[in-house]
Design a protein around this ligand. Structure first.
Ligand code: ATP
Ligand code: MG
Length: 268
């Protein structure tokens, strides 16, 4: 059953849900820029490190990338369970690639790298997207640069896109990770959004749910921005709670006092 606040504000669906399709993602100039860098990196067949605070929209940018890259030329494989040791990591990669996984770590590695070489012969560029990569086991991380080595390290047959929290960037600079880090040519960050972006994001998501009128006052938006610290996920949570609380009070606008109230309750 649809939530009551939707009818109150004339919304046809929940505006701040994570269930947004790839072609409807919000892409302000700051995100377009990251996306363009990612596309360029992959066209150059290089590897990328992409970091940002929780909820700033890293995984959504990967989804926008999936939509933007021509399917016949690139083969994207998304891995989000980074908490695996080396053998299980390659096992997961084999499964994601549609290969039957072998028993030993060496055979698994051979399976993945042979598949990458096969794709190279077909002129398809494989891209492994490793999300939540700050959680990668050190023994997996130690081995990743070997996966980038084809024909005596003279062929760029695979791109790795390591995505994670800012501590991933710190980790990469450790001496132990220098073989991998030196092979990652693009080091990108997604910064927390600025106040104008927050207003634009809220309006964009409301429009996507069929509401074009102003719903949040500028004071209310400013307060949401200060609380969310640039995290879109936090904006989603506070904005939804504020819509619900305002509907209960039969208000046609979401105002600062209600936002203040829900922030105290949510303990954001
Ligand atoms: N470009 C976008 N368009 C629309 N909504 C977005 C966009 N980016 C982020 N969001 C919203 O913010 C939420 C969090 O985004 P996302 O999951 O991409 O963040 P993240 O940086 O990957 O976070 P984490 O580090 O916790 O994995 C999404 O579920 C979505 O509701
Ligand atoms: Mg994510």
């Amino acid at each position: 059953m649809a939530a009551k606040y939707l009818a109150h504000f004339g919304l046809k669906s929940s505006p701040f849900t994570k269930e947004i399709s790839d072609d409807e993602l919000w892409l302000p100039p700051s995100k377009q820029e990251v996306l363009a860098d990612l596309v360029e990196a992959l066209r150059e067949r290089t590897s990328v490190l992409l970091t940002g605070e929780p909820g700033v929209g890293k995984t959504c940018v990967l989804r926008a990338l999936r939509r933007k890259l021509p399917q016949g030329t690139f083969r994207l494989t998304y891995c989000h369970n980074a908490t695996l040791g080396r053998r299980d990591f390659y096992r997961q990669l084999c499964l994601a690639l549609g290969l039957s996984p072998s028993a030993t770590a060496a055979a698994l590695f051979f399976g993945v790298s042979s598949h990458v070489e096969d794709l190279g012969r077909e002129r398809i560029h494989p891209v492994f997207l490793l999300d939540e990569a700050q959680l990668l086991h050190q023994d997996t991380l130690d081995h990743l640069h070997i996966l980038l080595n084809y024909e005596w390290d003279s062929k760029a047959l695979l791109s790795l896109v390591l995505v994670g929290l800012p501590e991933l960037a710190d980790r990469m600079t450790l001496r132990r990770n220098r073989c991998l880090y030196s092979r990652i040519q693009y080091r990108l960050t997604i910064d927390p959004i600025v106040p104008d972006d927050t207003a634009d994001y809220i309006a964009y998501r409301l429009t996507g749910s069929g509401c074009k009128r102003e719903v949040f006052t500028s004071d209310a938006i400013a307060m949401i921005h200060e609380t969310a610290l640039g995290s879109l996920r936090d904006i989603d949570r506070v904005a939804t709670a504020a819509l619900r609380a305002s509907a209960r009070r039969k208000r046609k606008l979401v105002e600062r006092d209600v936002v203040d109230h829900v922030i105290n309750i949510l303990g954001v």
